[in-house]
Design a protein around this ligand. Structure first.
Ligand code: UD1
Ligand code: CA
Length: 457
């Protein structure tokens, strides 16, 4: 197999996005566009990946890390000028170079592989990945001769009325013979409407030299979407979302309504888990088998075990065990560890807490900065009083403790093993093992008092 190199174009500002964030860093299904591109390319056996950076260079580099080499394009003079910046790194090397735009996150690795194969089989010097689309506005058009051979690419802005009627477009992905590419780049001019050095002009240059120039047409036109504005961004998101959901369904996950289920690119979900509509699963989340998630749950960067139910609830940066039942309307805030067989019921908030095996907080509680042992029952309305306005303190609730309803546990405080806290207590001192703590005003009944005060007619 010939050597393979890749150049990713990611130096543009992305003016049409109207954004502070550089275009290629806009996320699609939670992952920056350029990261999608690099992830796809990384599957292809490439010797060297060079990303051309300019606008937001440090941020793009920080995002991609050592998955790529970098070449800086100080001034954005066009896509041909961008590729030229990789000259020092690639010129003179034998092999095939794929060029991909950082704003086409949907092109699949298989399609790029097919492009390489087509290029190799025809011993071409250049092969364009093309697609036929209904609305080609904005894209470069493929100009073919009467015999159907590729002649050149004309940019939308430079195209004549007749050329604009052509529906076959340049997707912005190409394979080139590496040496022929860098030779031809030296001859590209900026004599066009935009005054830019166009990479597509390399096609005409090579063609005029009598080299073999071909096109590989993908019929999956959805893959080829170039994201230049927020409308296209939403479209890319929609296509990627359905693609991700389809992969999960093929893996044995039931998704009741894929059009209304938002799963980011790096999420893993086990077999026979059922996802109900309105659910967002984000970041590096893994969910086990036979779980029920949603409707309307948001889970971000969590590890969830098997057979766990998370209904109409939110969970962030936490670990949640197996056979756990959460919600409806619970909030698991970051740094929480919920062990197996736990129940977190409606209107319960957990923050930075360990919740031991088999423990329950079934209704209306706040448990923050706490270590809760196993088989603890936290009664309705009970809370940890963890904050004095300045500092946060820890509450420890040991195994088998029973906290009566509407108790305040004023931290720092420890409720020792097996003890009981009477309902309505405000606990400010540690409770010893197996004790009953009552910390509330005694009830007083004043007989006949209502008549005495003449309160009743
Ligand atoms: C480009 C193609 C067009 C094709 C379309 C496919 C050119 C001249 N036109 O148009 O034929 O149909 O992609 O989506 O190539 N970039 C740089 N440096 C620059 C200019 C651009 O790195 O100096 C990068 C951008 O960050 C972007 C990519 O190259 O990721 C493409 O540039 P963009 O301005 O989006 O080109 P299009 O107008 O979409
Ligand atoms: Ca583009």
């Amino acid at each position: 197999m010939p050597n393979r190199y890749a150049v990713i174009l990611a130096a543009g500002q992305g003016t049409r996005m109207k954004s502070k964030l550089y275009k290629v860093l806009h996320p699609v299904c939670g992952k920056p566009m350029v990261q999608h591109v690099v992830d796809h390319i990384s599957k292809l056996n490439i010797q060297e990946i060079v990303t051309i950076i300019g606008h937001g260079a440090e941020m793009v580099q920080a995002q991609l890390g050592d998955k790529s080499l970098y070449a800086l394009q100080n001034e954005q003079l066009g896509t041909a000028h961008a590729v030229m910046q990789a000259q020092k790194m690639l010129e003179g090397k034998d092999g095939i170079t794929i060029v991909v735009c950082g704003d086409t996150p949907l092109i699949k690795a298989e399609t790029m592989e097919a492009l390489f194969k087509h290029h190799e089989n025809l011993s071409a010097k250049a092969t364009i990945l093309t697609a036929t689309i209904d609305n080609p506005t904005g894209y470069g058009r493929i100009i073919r001769s009467a015999e159907g051979l590729v002649e050149k690419i004309v940019e939308h802005k430079d195209a004549s009325e007749a050329e604009r009627k052509i529906n076959e477009i340049n997707t912005g992905t190409y394979c080139f013979d590496n040496q022929a590419l860098f030779e031809a780049l030296k001859r590209v001019s900026n004599d066009n409407v935009q005054g830019e050095y166009y990479l597509p002009d390399v096609i005409e240059i090579l063609k005029k030299q009598g080299e073999v120039v071909t096109a590989y047409q993908t019929d999956e036109f959805e893959e080829t979407l170039g994201v230049n504005d927020r409308v296209a961004l939403a479209e890319a998101e929609r296509i990627m979302r359905l693609r991700i959901n389809e992969a999960h369904m093929r893996n044995g996950v039931t998704i009741i309504d894929p059009a209304n289920t938002y799963i980011e690119a790096d999420v893993e979900i086990g077999q026979d888990t059922v996802i109900y509509p309105g659910t967002m699963i984000k970041g590096q989340t893994t969910i086990g088998t036979e779980c029920v998630i949603g409707p309307n749950s948001e889970i971000d960067t969590c590890e969830v075990g098997n057979e766990t139910v998370i209904r109409q609830s939110a969970a962030f940066n936490s670990s949640i065990g197996s056979h756990v039942n959460i919600g409806p309307f619970a909030h698991i805030r970051p740094d929480s560890t919920i062990l197996d067989d736990v129940k977190i019921g409606n209107f319960v908030e957990i923050k930075k807490a360990v919740f031991g095996k088999g423990s329950k907080a079934s209704h209306l509680s706040y448990i923050g900065d706490a270590e809760v042992g196993s088989d603890v029952n936290i009664g309705c309305g009970s809370i940890t009083v963890n904050y004095d306005g300045k500092n946060k303190y820890l509450t420890k609730i040991e195994d088998g403790v029973f906290i009566g309803c509407n108790s305040n546990l004023v931290a720092p405080v420890t409720i020792k093993k097996g003890s009981y806290v009477a309902a309505g207590s405000t606990i400010t001192k540690n409770v010893p093992e197996d004790a009953l703590a009552i910390a509330r005003a005694k009830q007083m009944n004043k007989e006949g008092y209502v008549q005495k005060l003449n309160l009743k007619k």
